[in-house]
Design a protein around this ligand. Structure first.
Ligand SMILES: Nc1ncnc2c1ncn2[C@@H]1O[C@H](COP(=O)(O)OP(=O)(O)OP(=O)(O)O)[C@@H](O)[C@H]1O
Ligand SMILES: [Mg+2]
Length: 220
């Protein structure tokens, strides 16, 4: 089976004089898999996602050992746009993810960058706004959305271009119960469609969804 994302014996620390933040993480994420990463605040969940998405070493640095492969190819061989096409990332802090003045423009960003036809973009945005029940947010300024609304819009924006792999940091933080239920159903259906999904979240509802759970604190 060709895995969408694998990591072998991953070790990381921010500085040479520190202890390993985590040491020896390995997993294989296939089409249709949901893996959750749990662990206390500060245990390294976001850091792991930074390694898996190349934020480390592209933006942040540290000491790193191990091998990460995306669709069978070493991650170091991917350019940032090539990796973004395969992997959509929901960041922990949505303020760093939303950059456009309206939700509609935000949702157009990825498909426009991937040169999808205008009609396809329009239809896709309309469908996603309906599916996620956020039609009322369409013309809203992203700056003034609540934290949960921002998180929700950022998640929706990833689905506008259909990446095969999804890395989702603190997926349920800030969501209302209703939106949390909707997200759970959506994640289930995305996995059934063959998406490979990795979620960093301590919410038991998310853990219940997953096929494999990794507690990062077991790798200290
Ligand atoms: N650029 C950096 N340089 C040095 N240390 C850092 C850096 N970024 C994060 N850290 C530290 O690394 C540890 C892991 O942080 P990380 O954000 O990965 O944890 P987390 O499990 O995602 O926490 P939370 O649940 O609060 O989001 C923390 O102690 C944090 O302070
Ligand atoms: Mg985090």
């Amino acid at each position: 089976m060709r895995y969408q994302l694998t990591c072998q014996n991953l070790k990381f620390k921010y500085s040479i004089k520190n202890n390993w933040l985590f040491n020896g993480i390995s997993f294989q994420l296939a089409k249709g898999d949901i893996i959750t990463i749990s662990g206390a605040s500060g245990s390294g969940k976001t850091t792991l996602l930074h390694l898996l998405s190349k934020v480390i070493p592209q933006v942040k640095t540290g000491v790193f050992h191990g091998k990460i492969s995306v669709k069978g190819k070493n991650i170091s061989k991917y350019s940032p746009p090539a990796l973004a096409k395969e992997m959509g990332v929901l960041w922990q802090y949505p303020d760093r993810q939303l950059i456009f003045p309206t939700v509609e423009l935000e949702l157009a960003f990825y498909p426009e960058n991937f040169n999808l036809p205008v009609n396809t973009i329009r239809d896709r945005i309309k469908r996603l706004l309906q599916e996620f029940a956020i039609e009322d947010l369409k013309d809203r300024d992203t700056t003034f959305l609540s934290f949960g609304e921002k998180k929700f819009v950022a998640l929706t924006s990833l689905l506008t271009y259909n990446p095969d792999i999804l890395l989702l940091d603190e997926l349920t933080s800030g969501l209302s119960d209703k939106k949390e239920k909707l997200v759970v159903e959506k994640i289930k259906s995305l996995a059934e469609q063959g998406k490979a999904i990795l979620i960093a979240d301590n919410n038991p509802i998310i853990d219940k969804l997953s096929h494999k759970s990794i507690n990062i604190e077991d790798y200290k």
